[in-house]
Ligand binder design. Structure first.
Ligand code: ADP
Length: 229
């Protein structure tokens, strides 16, 4: 089956960042990208929910609230498969360091919280190569909520899980939904060998830790653009 492709040894390496909205993972992966780029390494960045192919369908479906947990999940899986096959896998085959802001674990956590079967979700994403490092940005819910609300006045509908009808109050809904998402992430920590980070620390300190783990676990010299110095 398609999982065979996922087990193949590829010349590239894959680093993913995962965690709640507001955990600071985009900030960290952007800084990591800039650093690796500055070192002259072959690096490629990809983010969740950004495929041109399904952008319009996702936007319309979300806006009109037409999606069930299964169709919501399948649209995200289509978005991911499109980016995976067109960008992520070719870059891994070309020997790039690929950085992903969210990977299949986001679907496992969010769609699992929305009621999709965990086994079904894992089979759905079985085509994808597992990351070499998955950073999980762990922090208390209130810290994540505080960071989001410091940056903009209101929570987004899906970020707060308003579609689940858990509470009419977006902040309360956020706590309930994201609390469930966090429980899913915590359960995956051992299952997928996440590298857990204390996301309450300063941006600078976290970046130091992220860089040192990447440098220690991956042979960065292999990703130089050109031979020699
Ligand atoms: P995510 O990608 O996990 O949703 P972001 O990186 O977009 O999180 O960060 C969310 C907000 O929190 C941004 O306004 C960002 O500047 C801020 N932020 C990120 N990391 C930290 C940190 N370590 N301490 C305090 N604020 C942070």
């Amino acid at each position: 089956m398609s999982a065979a492709g996922a087990r193949r040894e590829l010349p590239g390496r894959l680093v993913a960042v995962e965690g709640l909205d507001g955990s600071g993972k985009s900030t960290q992966v952007r800084l990591l990208h800039r650093w690796l780029d500055g070192l002259g390494l072959k690096v490629f960045f990809s983010e969740w929910n950004s495929s041109v192919l399904v952008k319009e369908a996702t936007r319309k479906g979300k806006r009109r609230q037409l999606l069930t947990p299964t169709t919501f999940s399948l649209i995200h899986a289509t978005d991911f498969a499109d980016r995976y096959e067109r960008q992520i896998l070719p870059m891994l085959e070309a020997g790039y360091l690929v950085l992903c802001d969210r990977y299949m674990f986001t679907a496992f956590a969010r769609d699992g919280m929305r009621g999709c079967d965990p086994g079904w979700l894992r089979r759905l994403y079985a085509f994808a190569h597992p990351p070499d490092i998955t950073f999980y940005f762990r922090l208390p819910l209130e810290t994540a909520l505080g960071r989001i609300l410091a940056g903009r006045p209101r929570l987004k509908w899906f970020e707060a899980g308003m579609d689940l009808g858990l509470s009419a109050d977006p902040r309360e809904s956020f706590r309930l939904f994201q609390g469930g998402v966090m429980a899913q992430y915590e359960r995956m920590t051992d299952e997928f060998g996440f590298t857990v980070l204390d996301a309450t620390r300063s941006i600078h300190r976290q970046q130091e830790v992220v860089r040192s783990i990447v440098a220690e676990r991956l042979d960065l010299a292999r990703f130089r653009q050109r031979r020699g110095r």
